[in-house]
Design a protein around this ligand. Structure first.
Ligand SMILES: Nc1ncnc2c1ncn2[C@@H]1O[C@H](COP(=O)(O)OP(=O)(O)OP(=O)(O)O)[C@@H](O)[C@H]1O
Ligand SMILES: [Mg+2]
Length: 240
């Protein structure tokens, strides 16, 4: 039986690209309202793990449960409908669509007064409010990341899955994105699964961390406190 408080539960998945066996037996879980990170060197399979969860590269075997439902071989649109928002590393802003249209494509009704609407996104992201009619693909990298996060929020998800939100951004923008993730996602009760190369950011936003080995397997699970108290753990896993 699935435990109810596990919003995401992954059991022993095996994911391939053709004959290339990338994820060789990965198990992990995320509890409701938890913020969890996956840390690992380049190319170990972090993005592939997120693609497996989203149904974009489904695992060949093993199980993925979202809120107790076995979603392992489901189509991506059905998985999003379970309340899962995916913010890919490339951000996937639709060219030819304005900022507002990019947001509205993802909009889904939420519960109660706290629900994210176009108005609420504009109130909370002044950078987007000033540019609602601008083509989304002409935004700067940092603005596009804000739009990608706004687009996740406006779908009023239960869980947001983010792939390297800090990628390619200046330290100041990384700080801004970190603040946005903390304030609008984590403190407002949205569950988070975040992949980050920038482990300083991961330590700021997540409370539990999965360290991924070279076969896409989990070699260690640690709390933020354990990693802060023992920086050697991160060094030995992430340095080349
Ligand atoms: N579409 C694909 N076809 C074939 N191999 C792929 C494909 N996408 C990724 N891979 C391979 O799968 C492995 C894992 O890639 P993945 O993108 O999941 O790594 P990652 O941990 O996210 O790396 P990074 O930190 O660089 O983003 C790599 O060896 C990569 O070359
Ligand atoms: Mg990646």
């Amino acid at each position: 039986m699935e435990k109810k408080n596990k919003i995401l539960n992954i059991e022993e998945i095996q994911t391939y690209y053709g004959v290339s066996h990338v994820i060789q037996g990965l198990s992990m879980h995320v509890e409701k309202q938890e913020a969890v990170s996956i840390l690992g060197r380049n190319g170990v399979g972090k993005t592939t793990t997120l693609r497996s969860i989203m149904g974009l590269t489904p695992p060949r075997s093993g199980n993925i449960y979202i809120n107790g439902a076995r979603t392992t071989k489901w189509q991506p649109h059905k998985i999003s409908k379970m309340g899962v928002a995916y913010v890919p590393a490339e951000r996937h802003i639709f060219p030819g669509l304005s900022v507002e249209e990019n947001l509205m494509m993802a909009a889904r009704p939420g519960n109660g007064n706290d629900a994210w609407t176009l108005e609420k996104v504009c109130d909370h992201f002044p950078v987007l409010a000033e540019r609602t009619k601008q083509d989304g693909s002409t935004l700067s990298g940092g603005e596009q990341q804000m739009l990608a996060i706004g687009r996740a929020l406006i779908s009023n998800p239960e869980i947001i899955i983010m792939d390297e939100p800090s990628q390619g951004l200046s330290p100041l923008l990384v700080q801004m994105i970190t603040d946005v993730v903390l304030k609008f996602c984590i403190k407002s009760g949205i569950t988070m699964l975040i992949v980050e190369q920038n482990y300083r950011m991961a330590l700021k936003v997540a409370s539990r961390h999965y360290l991924m080995g070279t076969k896409g397997e989990i070699v260690k699970v640690a709390s933020t406190k354990e990693l802060v108290d023992n920086p050697d753990i991160i060094q030995s896993h992430l340095s080349v």
